[in-house]
Structures are given as structure tokens and as C-alpha cells.
Design a protein around this ligand. Structure first.
Ligand code: SAH
Ligand code: SF4
Ligand code: F3S
Length: 442
């Protein structure tokens, strides 16, 4: 028996990368690798990268620079780049960072074991194809080990929307949905291993239209089937596009017991002129009406969103329209970014907003969002919410978990174990989390 080789994976970007990293680790498990938490003793380092904004992409090269010393000490160490930077830059990565042995795009992960073998022969390996075969089914099935109470499950990948700022359609390719039965099998397998909450993932998850036994299934149909799995207690999904929020999905938010009252629904801007220039194909008004319908189905739903400030040609008046939309929606959470030029996307060629102006707008927008977020949290004080405990907290006897609304909740002396779901009375609201006391299980 040879000693297992060690694999260090560092993951950047979205939750789909987190899911992919798990699957890549499993695939390389078949080549004798076990995961390690530090690059220092690794036989292989894999960076699973993100290309969404310039800073995210540049991080990869500075990180690779830091591995130079390690590689000089241990020439057997193999270094790989996966994810969206790998897809976007391909061979260019090996030119810019000659220490890289392997570059693999997100659609080719099932070929990783062969590629790794090739690097062990002293060759470089590059694969950024969009192959016909389905990577999910070619990846080895999940090992049967127990795992934490929450899991991601990718159901849909890629995007056909081509927003003018975004690299995802180029790095992840066309929209593809996995067959429903395969997802249900994977979900049951996760539940058998201790998972109680599953977050369904897709770049446009609500555009899901996977093959079912009786024709294509919508995301709502899939959620209803998951709702029937004993032992699975909570279902979430992300990220949704406003144009794909179908009636059955809105209705499920009101009627499906395990579907959690939290919805991430990015709008990007509140100015119709900018939305049009972004190629978003919805208006501020249609988005607001949509949220009305969602809230009619589930009045307590916590809304979250994404915003880009300083998109090319955005004026102060456009920005104010975004602020007005935020005031009207009243978000419980939001992510906001300064527009970042991405080579090859249509908006990269347009008149850019001054950097100082972008920073100023971002600050104002974030101040408003922070106020709303804090108000949503404060409104939880005194209420009883259900918390799924995920891990012990920093203090003795403390447990940390998430409420139905995805708020982080700290509970002292509850006697609860990881994986328990308990009613908790919220006692106070902090900067980014709530504190509460556990009540006897209902
Ligand atoms: N599929 C999702 C999100 C994809 S990327 C959707 O359609 O909303 C996540 C977020 O990154 C986007 O919602 C957007 O707010 C932000 N983003 C994407 N490209 C960007 C860019 N070039 N500059 C700044 N932010 C960007
Ligand atoms: Fe990017 Fe737009 Fe597709 Fe979302 S919908 S992944 S923002 S192109
Ligand atoms: Fe980044 Fe690719 Fe996800 S660009 S956000 S890792 S889809």
C-alpha cells in the first residue's frame, strides 16, 4: 500500500464552485488523494477560480506566485487551475504562470483523473472543452461518509441570458439542466448521510427544466418531489433570474412546507435605461410587481438581491432610481459591487463611469442596504424561529445555526447537537447575527 497523496483545494467565487470542489476531490480520491487543509504538505494544489470581476481573476495569479517557493522545494508538487479563470484564460495561464501543470474548465472535471495521471508523466494537461458527455454523471458518486447537516446540489448549469456585463455565459457555457431522477437520487443519498437542508444550485436555477419520467420538470416540480423525501427538512435554491420566476414556483413559496422563506432575486439596477443597456429584459416596475406577487404568496419571505453600481453610462439619476427601488423593496440582505470591466463582454467597450464616482455610489448604496438588513434582523427580536444547528460556536456550550430566513443565530447552553432543528426565541440582534435561547423541541 502506498501512502495517500494529499490534495489542497482552494475555492473562490460562487456556491457552484464549492459544489464542484467537492466533486473534484471525490474524483481525485480515485487516484489516491485525500484532502489536506494546507498547501504546505500537498502533493497537488488545485485553485478553483472565479472570473466574475477583475479582482477575483487577479487573485489567482498572486496566489500562484506564492506557490513558487513550494514548487522549487518539491518538484513533484503538481499545481492545477480549475474554474472560470481556467475556462476564460486557458493556455494563457501556463504562459503567465509556468509553474502550473494543469488547467481544467468547469465542464471537464470528470476528465481530471486522466489529466492528473498525465502530469505525473511530466506532461502538462489542458482541457477547456465543452464536451457532449455529462460531467455530473461521469464524476464518481459521492463517498458514503457522514457529512454536515447542509449541502449544495447543482441542478442546472450555464446561462443563455448574456447580460452585457457578465462572463458566466462564456465560462460556464449554455444552460443545461440535470435529469430530475438523478438529482433526487443524489438528494436521498445526502439525506442518508445526515444532510437535513439542501440548497439547489444553478446560475439560473429557476430556469431549471430537467427531464422527468413524464416530460420536462420545472424547478417547482422538482422542489415538490424533494419535499417528499423523509429526513430532508429544508429546501433552498439560488440564484434566480426575475424572468424565470414562474407561477408554480411563486405558489410553492406559499404552500410547500420545506421550502424556506428566503429568496435571492438579483435585479442589478433600478433604472430601466440601464437595465436595457445591461440586456436584463425586465424593468424596475416588472420586478417590483413580481415581488408583490411573491409576497402575496409568502408575506414573511426575506428578499435578497445583487446590485451593480457604475455600469457604463450610469448617471446620478440612474443611480437614484436604484436607491428608490431598494427603498421600495426593503431587502433583508443584498450583495453589491462596483461594475468591473470584463474583457470580451459587450459593456467593456462602452463609456466607463469614473472610479471615484463608483466608490461613492457603492458606499451610499451599501449604507442603505445595511440599514434595511439591520432592521430586518431587529424585527426578529422577540420572535420564535426554527434554527438548524450547524456547528459549535466560539464559546463553551454555544451552538451556531441558521434560521428559516437564513439569519445566523447563536444560542448558548441549548444542549442542541449539530443537525438538530429547534425552536429558538430571538433575544438580541448584532451586526451580522442574532442571539437567542433554545425552547423545548415542539
Ligand atoms: N446568475 C446570477 C448571478 C451571477 S454573478 C444572476 O443572474 O443574477 C453574481 C453577481 O455578480 C451578479 O448578480 C452581479 O451582480 C455581479 N456581477 C456580474 N458581473 C459583474 C461585473 N462585470 N462587475 C460587477 N459585478 C458583476
Ligand atoms: Fe450573468 Fe446575467 Fe446569466 Fe446571471 S443571468 S449569470 S448575471 S449573464
Ligand atoms: Fe465566479 Fe464562475 Fe461562479 S465566474 S461567480 S465562479 S460561475
Amino acid at each position: 500500500m502506498t501512502a495517500p497523496k494529499k490534495l489542497f483545494i482552494k475555492t473562490y467565487g460562487c456556491q457552484m464552485n464549492v459544489y464542484d470542489s467537492e466533486r473534484m476531490a471525490e474524483a481525485l480520491g480515485g487516484r489516491g488523494y485525500v484532502e489536506t487543509q494546507t498547501p504546505d504538505d500537498a502533493d497537488m494544489i488545485l485553485l478553483n477560480t472565479c472570473h466574475i470581476r477583475e479582482k477575483a481573476a487577479e487573485k489567482v495569479y498572486s496566489e500562484l506566485g506564492r506557490f513558487k517557493g513550494l514548487k522549487a522545494e518539491r518538484p513533484d508538487l503538481k499545481i492545477g487551475v480549475a474554474g472560470c479563470v481556467a475556462q476564460a484564460e486557458g493556455e494563457e495561464i501556463m504562459r503567465r504562470a509556468p509553474l502550473v501543470d494543469l488547467v481544467v474548465g468547469p465542464q471537464s472535471y470528470h476528465r481530471l483523473p486522466e489529466m492528473e495521471a498525465k502530469t505525473r508523466q511530466g506532461e502538462k494537461a489542458l482541457d477547456t472543452d465543452f464536451p457532449e458527455e455529462d460531467k455530473f454523471e461521469k464524476l464518481t458518486s459521492r463517498p458514503k461518509a457522514a457529512r454536515g447537516p447542509t449541502a449544495f446540489l447543482t441542478v442546472q448549469e450555464g446561462c443563455d441570458k448574456f447580460c452585457a456585463f457578465c462572463v458566466v455565459p462564456y465560462t460556464r457555457g449554455a444552460e443545461v439542466s440535470r435529469p430530475a431522477e438523478r438529482i433526487l437520487t443524489e438528494a436521498r443519498d445526502l439525506v442518508e448521510r445526515g444532510v437535513r437542508e439542501i440548497t439547489l444550485l444553478g446560475q439560473n436555477v429557476n430556469a431549471y427544466h430537467g427531464a422527468g419520467a413524464d416530460g420536462d420538470w420545472s424547478l417547482a416540480r422538482l422542489i415538490w418531489a424533494l419535499n417528499d423525501i423523509d429526513g430532508l427538512e429544508r429546501i433552498r435554491f439560488t440564484t434566480s433570474h426575475p424572468n424565470d420566476m414562474s407561477d408554480d414556483l411563486i405558489e410553492a413559496h406559499g404552500t410547500c412546507a420545506k421550502l424556506m422563506p428566503y429568496l435571492h432575486l438579483p435585479v442589478q439596477s433600478g433604472s430601466d435605461r440601464i437595465l436595457k443597456r445591461m440586456n436584463r429584459s425586465h424593468t424596475a416596475e416588472s420586478y417590483l410587481r413580481l415581488i408583490e406577487r411573491i409576497r402575496a404568496a409568502r408575506p414573511d419571505i426575506l428578499m435578497s438581491g445583487d446590485f451593480i453600481v457604475g455600469f457604463p453610462e450610469e448617471t446620478e439619476a440612474d443611480f437614484r432610481a436604484t436607491m428608490d427601488l431598494i427603498e421600495e423593496v426593503n431587502y433583508g440582505y443584498a450583495y453589491s459591487f462596483k461594475y468591473s470591466t470584463r474583457p470580451g463582454t459587450p459593456a467593456a467597450e462602452r463609456a466607463q463611469v469614473d472610479e471615484a464616482e463608483k466608490s461613492d455610489r457603492l458606499q451610499r448604496l451599501q449604507a442603505l442596504i445595511t440599514r434595511q438588513q439591520r432592521a430586518a434582523q431587529d424585527a426578529m427580536v422577540g420572535r420564535v424561529v426554527k434554527v438548524l444547528f450547524e456547528k459549535p460556536g466560539r464559546f463553551d456550550g454555544q451552538m451556531v445555526g441558521k434560521s428559516d430566513y437564513l439569519h445566523a443565530v447563536h444560542v448558548a447552553g441549548s444542549g442542541a447537537a449539530t443537525g438538530d432543528i429547534r425552536p429558538v426565541r430571538i433575544l438580541s440582534s448584532g451586526t451580522n447575527s442574532l442571539a437567542g435561547e433554545a425552547l423545548p423541541a415542539a
